[in-house]
Design a binder for this molecule. Structure first.
Ligand code: SF4
Ligand code: SF4
Length: 200
């Protein structure tokens, strides 16, 4: 009988201890958040998804060379002297068509090394950190603003221009060679031998 009441007492006592702990936590401020409904503010220099403002990109390849995992691929084509590519927002004249600018963000390690050397500050980290995809190919970001047709035209014009320049150079070199070739000296004619009779 004594044991029966002891067990009842112990059960009630255990419940009271549990309730005390629970009540104590009811009034402690929460340390977790209801993500994704609630999001924390990111630190000022947080590294997340990259973005490139192509209006300011001059195709200098500094970012591509700085990337330690080769996840940036850029291709450029020389513009013609008659092309007007405009200027960057800082007033720098653009001289190259950027025909490819891909970032494979799946390979990116968010080191930020591509951001610092950019002379026009057009490649930067954004605040976007939610960009998961089902298809890995969707993680290759293409920033080029030219259409495939425009790229073809730019390439064809550049190739034609290169050919013309090469032909002009070759012609100039040939002309220079001709000009520098020494002209053989004219031999003075021998005076006539008076002992030799002229044929009548
Ligand atoms: S953050 Fe680092 S790894 Fe990512 S693209 Fe830039 S240089 Fe490459
Ligand atoms: S460093 Fe900047 S300007 Fe140069 S290619 Fe990269 S993004 Fe463009």
């Amino acid at each position: 009988m004594r044991k029966y009441f002891k067990d009842i007492f112990q059960s009630i006592w255990t419940i009271l201890i549990g309730m005390k702990i629970t009540m104590g936590h009811l009034f402690v401020p929460a340390v977790t958040i209801q993500y994704p409904d609630v999001k924390v503010k990111l630190p000022e220099r947080a590294r997340n998804r990259l973005y490139v403002n192509m209006d300011d990109c001059i195709g200098c390849l500094q970012c591509e060379m700085a990337c330690p995992v080769n996840c940036i691929e850029i291709e450029t084509v020389k513009s013609l002297p008659t092309d007007n590519l405009g200027t960057t927002s800082s007033g720098q004249k653009k001289k190259l068509w950027v025909t490819k600018f891909d970032i494979d963000i799946a390979k990116c390690c968010y080191c930020g090394l591509c951001v610092y050397p950019c002379p026009t500050e057009c490649i930067k980290m954004t605040e976007v950190y939610e960009f998961s995809e089902f298809d890995r190919n969707n993680l290759i970001y293409n920033f080029v603003t030219m259409t495939p047709g425009e790229i073809e035209i730019a390439k064809a014009k550049a190739a034609e221009y290169e050919k013309e320049q090469a032909a002009k150079k070759a012609a100039a070199a040939a002309q220079a060679k001709v000009a520098s070739t020494p002209v053989p000296a004219v031999q003075p004619s021998k005076p006539a031998d008076p002992s030799v009779e002229k044929p009548s």
